[in-house]
Design a protein around this ligand. Structure first.
Ligand SMILES: Cc1ncc(COP(=O)(O)O)c(C=O)c1O
Length: 433
């Protein structure tokens, strides 16, 4: 048997440091919201492999669907000899997407690939090149997605030059003093200073920022963006890669705003752990690029399609949107209790089961405590809980437990969080004394 320490030594020697690990915990097996490492230690998993496992690790229906598909077909390439499951999945995504306009979908493998293709489709359709994204956003690590990402360290620094014609406006953030009006003014300013709105192909936004710290875009902001896009013939791309598939209590977080996006990017929890992503959009826009302009060898693989179809069934049969709301309420209630005990919890925010806490010093938003956050992730793991940090200042803990988790296991995870918080806050005040 290998130990975590042995594997970590081999990892350091064989794998570049650019791909960072938040924990030196080497996973061996997992089931629903529990994971065991190579040493047999058990963890409650509040990370879900970064928002991929809304249906839990190895949901039996998803595993069955993949096994059945393995017995039939693993790969043909949709561009060579297409298959029915790809079409069925696109039909279902088209029906799920909000708004009355007819939709078409196209499948890819990763989130970044979906973002790249949404940008290509938007440019081709509008015959314009500009794209506006937001501060604190994360859209992926490939060239266009990295350019759109609104955080320099560690995603952009040293990897330039970025793509031209991409601009950033501040994302509204009440806790950090950026109002909806500030963000809208900044976009108008971009139109005055940097780019003619008639040259802007798209505005891309996460309805709830993921890596940026689970910042929820105010619904009136999304509605204002919709109106602004309509005024200038700009497409509105909603990136639901982290917020999608029941996480927020709706299939897509943008549903809360009542607007119809032009394009939606999805990935992660769409296929319960098999790499799959998609762009869903208004049919006329999706049909703009010519045959051959879009595609990919593995895009929409048969295994991914089989898994995604099973995931969509599970979400419906197990009512995971409602479950996300119930679990989210339970989680937020417990976090509010913890906030009374631990002054370091400066803010609790989220929507449905997409919930985060922001850790600060002296109760002040402008004093983010990234050190405490880092220590908490490690301490939680020692207590048998996997959590993830995020946020522009590295001081946010996000909660992404599977929506199939039992209440008992959720509570157990939160007990571990409380124990870890007690440990790290005591150590921090000792160090300060
Ligand atoms: C909102 C959002 N967009 C895009 C991506 C990129 O997805 P991937 O890592 O699958 O390329 C992510 C990944 O975290 C994301 O959260």
């Amino acid at each position: 048997m290998s130990t975590n320490a042995e594997l970590h030594q081999r990892r350091i020697a064989a794998v570049p440091r650019g791909v960072a690990n938040s924990l030196a915990v080497y996973a061996e097996r997992a089931s629903n919201a529990e994971l065991w490492d190579v040493e047999g230690k058990r963890y409650v998993d509040f990370a879900s492999g970064i928002a991929v496992l809304n249906t839990g690790h190895r949901h039996p229906s998803v595993v069955e669907a993949i096994k059945a598909q393995l017995g039939k077909l693993m790969h043909t390439c949709f561009q060579v000899t297409p298959y029915a499951s790809y079409i069925e999945l696109c039909e279902r995504l088209n029906r799920l997407a909000p708004g009355p306009t007819a939709k078409k979908s196209m499948l890819f493998s990763t989130g970044a690939e979906a973002v790249e293709n949404a940008m290509k489709i938007a440019r081709y359709h509008t015959k314009r090149s500009g794209v506006i994204a937001f501060s604190g956003s994360f859209h992926g690590r490939t060239l266009a997605a990295m350019t759109l990402t609104g955080k320099v360290q560690p995603y952009k620094a040293g990897f330039g030059p970025m793509l031209p014609s991409v601009f950033h406006a501040p994302f509204p953030n009440e806790y950090h003093g950026i109002s909806v009006a500030d963000s809208l003014d900044a976009i108008e300013q971009l139109f005055k200073v940097d780019i003619d709105p008639a040259q802007v192909a798209a505005i891309i936004i996460e309805p709830v920022q993921g890596e940026g710290g689970f910042n929820v875009a105010p619904q009136e902001f999304l509605r204002a963006l919709r109106a602004l896009c309509d005024r200038h013939g700009i497409l509105l791309i909603i990136d639901e890669i982290q917020s999608g598939f029941a996480r927020t209590g709706r299939m897509f977080a943008v549903e809360y705003s009542g607007i119809e996006p032009d394009l939606i990017t999805v990935a992660k929890s769409i296929a319960g752990g098999v790499p799959l992503s998609a762009v869903i959009g208004k049919a006329e826009i999706m049909d703009a690029p010519p045959p051959g302009g879009l595609g990919g060898t593995y895009a929409g693989s048969p295994l991914g399609c089989a898994a995604a179809l099973a995931v969509l069934d599970v979400m419906k049969n197990e009512k995971l949107t409602e479950r996300a709301l119930q679990l989210g309420e339970r989680l937020q209630a417990r976090l509010r209790t913890l906030q009374k005990r631990f002054g370091a919890i400066g803010a609790i925010r989220g929507i449905g089961s997409m919930v985060a806490i922001e850790l600060v010093r002296n109760g002040k938003a402008e004093q983010p405590d990234a050190d405490l956050t880092r220590a908490l992730v490690q301490a939680a793991a020692r207590h048998g809980l996997i959590i993830l940090s995020c946020g522009t200042y590295g001081n946010v803990i996000r909660f992404l437990a599977p929506l199939t988790i039992t209440e008992q296991l959720l509570d157990e995870g939160l007990d571990k969080l409380e124990a870890a918080l007690a440990e790290v806050t005591a150590a921090a005040s000792q160090a300060a004394a």
